[in-house]
Design a binder for this molecule. Structure first.
Ligand SMILES: *Cc1c(COP(=O)(O)O)cnc(C)c1O
Length: 460
């Protein structure tokens, strides 16, 4: 039996490895026939059992035609990242061990890994050593936690206990955020009962970073209300980072709680070459950052980090045990920092990714991605494309010819299969968006992809 299990797991792991070994040689997207896929997965549920080995065989056969090469070196859509060898192996172990990371009684190992990895992340990003780190599913969850902690904090400042009394009858909180905030902020505002009407947008500069003068004026306009300011490190279109060093003290003057959405951009802090872009980030109250994007940890994994660990735990804990105000920051269990109760042990993969790379390796990953984004921009520009953003980080916005034709160009690029890029609408223009965030991408991948994009455009 044990041997069978070992064989089964080995087979599954080998399939994962095989997918990666060949991912660069296949079209990035398979554009599989959805009907055929549905049929492959779609026999009626039978009454009796199936041998595990056969189940795995069937799954591999059914899924393989529909697998996208997101883990490969020429997938530039969204901000996907890759997944490093050690982090992926660690995640396989997390599955094999099937630990529940709710607290350290359930899994002392999962807890210790989260605490160690959390401490390394704080160190890499230059965050306060006392900050609490919750391991969540991604930046959506992390932003929701940050805004929830902010909600609790700013309402407590006006003697309103939101955990007990909710928002009915509460003073009206303003969520002040850049006009180019990520859509996850709006979803968090909806889920937390603020409503999107509570989001007060602040105009951005030409690159999509918040206009600090406009921020000050907006804060004047909402004076008297409890305020959560939501800043951004890494605009998903341009890569631009808000001027945190200037913006956070202004928010502070108005008594605001400050959250930073740094889903991918926060990692700029890990490289001496890009750290200036997020200078001042340590002044904030909470941060949301993904591990599954730029750190190249497998999906899914994000971090919800708060400067005030006790407020973080009192907001998110099961029992709301700290509402009486006596809890010490060290008392909380890791499940007190996240929206989930039972939880996958995500600390193993983050620990492994950081151990594999070291701090220099993380800096190098950031630097290489930025250099490759520059290279992509340069090759495309040389081929007649227009680059619409200052390529300060890993994101490139491109049009070739008339932006009205962008979707047709994107379609041809995607079908060509050399690389995969997506589209975005930014400042009224339909553009190609290129995100370089996979550690395995090389200069040759960039060159081949730039050529494929230019060739696809010229076929129009
Ligand atoms: C990707 C992204 C998010 C959402 O992150 P998920 O990991 O998809 O939950 C939030 N903000 C920014 C700036 C992002 O790039």
């Amino acid at each position: 039996m044990d041997t069978d299990l070992e064989k089964l797991f080995t087979r599954a792991a080998a399939e994962g490895a095989r997918h990666r070994a060949t991912v660069a040689d296949r079209p990035v997207h398979p554009y599989a026939d959805p009907v055929a896929l549905a049929q492959a997965f779609g026999p009626p549920l039978q009454a009796g059992p199936t041998e595990p080995a056969q189940v795995v065989d069937e799954l591999v056969a059914a899924a393989t035609p529909g697998l996208v090469g997101t883990v490969g070196p020429r997938y530039f859509g969204f901000v996907i990242g890759g997944s490093s060898p050690a982090a992926t192996a660690a995640d396989l172990l997390a599955t094999g061990w099937d630990q529940c990371a709710y607290n350290e009684a359930l899994s002392p190992a999962a807890g210790a890994a989260e605490r160690a990895a959390g401490s390394w992340v704080r160190q890499l990003l230059g965050l306060p050593a006392t900050a609490s780190v919750g391991f969540v599913t991604g930046a959506q969850a992390a932003n929701t936690v940050g805004l929830a902690v902010g909600r609790q904090g700013v309402l407590a400042d006006v003697y309103w206990d939101v955990a007990r009394d909710g928002l009915f009858g509460a003073p009206r909180v303003a969520i002040v955020a850049g006009a180019e905030r990520h859509a996850t902020i709006d979803r968090a505002a909806r889920l937390l009962g603020f409503g999107t009407a509570s989001v007060v947008p602040v105009e951005c500069g030409t690159q999509g970073a918040i206009d600090v003068g406009e921020l000050a004026r907006t804060l004047e306009a909402v004076a008297g209300r409890p305020v959560v300011v939501c800043l951004q490190a890494g605009n998903v279109n341009t890569g631009a980072c808000d001027d945190l060093r200037s913006a956070i003290p202004i928010a502070r003057e108005h008594g605001a709680f400050v959250h930073v959405d740094g889903a991918f951009g926060l990692w700029a802090a890990a490289s001496p070459r890009t750290a200036h872009l997020v200078d001042g980030l340590d002044l904030a109250d909470s941060w949301g950052v993904d591990a599954h994007k730029w750190l190249n940890v497998p999906y899914d994994c994000g971090l919800a980090i708060c400067a005030d660990a006790a407020l973080h735990a009192s907001t998110m804990s099961y029992a709301a045990a700290y509402l009486t105000g006596s809890g010490a920051a060290t008392d909380f269990v890791l499940g007190d920092l996240t929206p989930e109760s039972s939880r996958r042990a995500r600390g193993f993969a983050v620990w492994a990714a950081l151990r594999e790379l070291g701090s220099d390796g993380v800096a190098d990953l950031v630097d290489r991605s930025c250099a490759l984004a520059q290279r992509m921009a340069g090759r495309l520009r040389a081929g007649g494309a227009t680059i619409h953003n200052d390529v300060v980080l890993n994101q490139v916005l491109v049009s070739i010819g008339d932006p009205a034709d962008t979707d047709a160009v994107i379609e041809r690029v995607q079908r060509d299969g050399t690389c995969w890029v997506g589209g975005t609408t930014w400042r009224g223009l339909r553009l190609i968006r290129v995100s370089v965030s996979n550690a395995t991408t090389t200069e040759a991948d960039i060159d081949a992809s730039a050529d494929a994009i230019l060739a696809s455009a010229s076929q129009g």
